[in-house]
Design a protein around this ligand. Sequence first.
Ligand code: FAD
Ligand code: EPU
Length: 348
Amino acid sequence: MPHLEEHVSLRPFNTFGLDVTARYFARFASAEELRHLLALPPVQAGPLLILGGGSNLLLTQDFAGVVLKNEIKGLEIISEDDDTHTALVRAGAGESWHGMVEYTLDQELSGIENLSLIPGTVGAAPLQNIGAYGAELQDTFERLEALAIGTGELRVFNKEECGFGYRESVFKGPLKGQFVVTAVVLRLHRASGGRPVNVSYGAIQDTLTDLGIEAEPTPRNVSDAVVHIRRSKLPDPAEIGNAGSFFKNPEISQRKFDELKARYPALPGYPVPGGVKVPAGWLIEQAGFKGMRRGPGAGTHGVHERQALVLVNHGGATGQELRELAEEVIRAVGTQFGIELHPEVNIL
Ligand code: FAD
Ligand code: EPU
């Protein structure tokens, strides 16, 4: 059974590369190991942080409680349905998300190729219903298994029970901090079933053309295109610390959108039920933050030069400094556009 280590640096375990220390730290590779750890006195005393790949976290100070890192593995096809040309794939929550995408492509299954290269673990994917390039986790989601932190019991949640929304789920809302996701089951399509790939996101079609793929792209082609686009826009955390989009794209009323559009004719917007979604990256760029750097020398942190929605640690920044920069961005966008930005990243 795993044991608790003391005073462990979390630097290798968060993609911002922030050097904060956990009072206690352990890894678990099964529900049994997790139950064992949850019963230990320091874990009972709290606070508790369940860690996946640390790619959606901003750690602003040392963590006084226990950090438990999910390393539950396993990838398998658990059933096939010849009538619907679908298969259920079950993954342990500690598998890497992109590893799962690769596995499904190797098995000639489609459905999550648009979500290629999103960092982090399978188990964190339902937390914010990960999304990119015209797809969201909920499109293929069948069910998940989760362990109740209070009782140690395993519970199954179907799609409705997860309450998915844009970068939302019950696990970020009413059930926050109550469950550890241990496995996820997705329903994917047999490539032989003839289901067309999803190239609704304009940049995918353009990239496929650039890559010389003209007719009938395969799921693998779409994955390659998504990887290509992501590498051109998003900083690689191995080189520049970041947690992807720092803020969510705000949704505003049609009236508010029309008012702003009169003042800023170039303002982009996408209709959503009840209003218009506007790209936060555009607002932040207009507010003058794109590529800006803060801190000594050439700057320790700032806003990415190719994607204004991404805050970056160039090296040596603290979580507190990044949080202050985020607050400054929120204030500036609020003053200029009257729109309140909300962080997507979990700030601790
Ligand atoms: P962590 O950062 O470890 O944890 C995130 C939160 O989930 C924490 O609150 C944690 O306590 C909780 N948690 C983690 N695992 C579990 C579990 N098993 N059970 C219960 N709670 C848990 N996201 C997108 O949606 N779309 C993108 O396109 C995208 N692009 C990104 C690009 C880059 C370069 C980076 C760095 C991040 C990007 N992200 C994107 C954000 C991030 O990759 C996702 O949110 C991812 O799902 C986080 O997984 P993780 O394992 O790293 O979670
Ligand atoms: N834009 C700018 N300047 C910028 C960045 C963006 O003007 O610096 C504008 C442009 O108009 C562009 C539009 O914003 O057309 C959209 O930009 P992009 O396609 O890069 O997507 P995004 O809205 O910035 C969202 C997700 C990403 C996801 C991409 C692709 C959110 C918060 N972010 O970003 O998810 O990968 O779409 O689908 O919804 C993440 O969640 O961490 C993440 C990276």
